[in-house]
Design a protein around this ligand. Sequence first.
Ligand code: SF4
Length: 364
Amino acid sequence: MSEVRHNWTKEEILEIYNRPMMELLYDAATIHRKQHDPNVVQVSTLLSVKTGGCSEDCGYCPQAARYHTGVEGNDLMTVNQVKAQALRAKEGGSSRVCMGAAWRNVKDGPEFDQVLEMVRGINKLDMEVCCTLGMLTENQAQRLAEAGLYAYNHNLDSSEEYYKEVISTRGYQDRLDTIDNVRKTNVTVCSGGIIGMGENIEDRAGMLVALSTLSPQPESTPINALVAVEGTPLEEEKPVSIWEMVRMVATTRIVLPETQVRLSAGRTQMSREGQAMCFFAGANSIFAGDKLLTTPNPDVNEDMKMFELLGMNPQKPFTKKVQPQSVEASDSKFESLGEKPKWTRPEHKIDRNEAAKAKGKLVK
Ligand code: SF4
């Protein structure tokens, strides 16, 4: 039952999701133990290196410029600022730094060159480096890989059907194309989604079908519980219950047996007991740090106390894959092509996104 399969159907996944809770937990925990050390958790620090002002309309995101959410935009951080924060993260027990920039896509030029320097800087600290910078081309993925990138995050967010209810400024296939470009390098893929956006259980299963069909499956899958931020189109959504979260984590573990399943946004709404149940169900990674991009996250010390209580240990960097070599900019064999990824711009209308945009205009 713990072999990797790329032909899961929605019906099979729904059957798993809806199993009696104790059976689901047992099945997921059994697979988890076959594939992973249940007492080890991988800890990542998410750093917003460029916050706010994004031109996309993702309904869950406080960083979209068109909504009024009180998020202050800032310029790209300096390489030294990022290195200092990475060092602090390392001292706090993180093995990976994930740098997020609120960009629709990567653009060749000085800012991307600066991000490449950040990747080199963090790699030299012997930490795994991940980036989440939006859509990218194959050449940009190769340049990131050459700088020493370990992972690239690009979430599918939800099922293909429900994605259209949340985002109108790009299509699902655009996400898959970026993941495909990352897969042409030796950088690992981090891709998951968000529950609690008003989707139904079929959509959750649909997202897992899409993730499991990727070959290879993502090395890391974040499962986020929506943090409904005032001013965003999804501000009225009710928080998901811990039981839904546990079911989603356990189902993800069964469908993606080798993947690191990452508890991401929404942990502040979860008790320690709830998180422990998620770890039992197969979660083996968290984001640490008091902020996840712009939304709150548990304090690092609290997380460390929780691990101590549960007898869990943070995973050492490069346990799963050797440290990528980092090539200096002066020795790079890739040129900057001055290109932007192509995307589909479906631009269909999503009523709640339009309403939040109109409200945002009024407030501004
Ligand atoms: S999720 Fe990313 S792409 Fe979407 S609005 Fe936020 S920053 Fe932009």
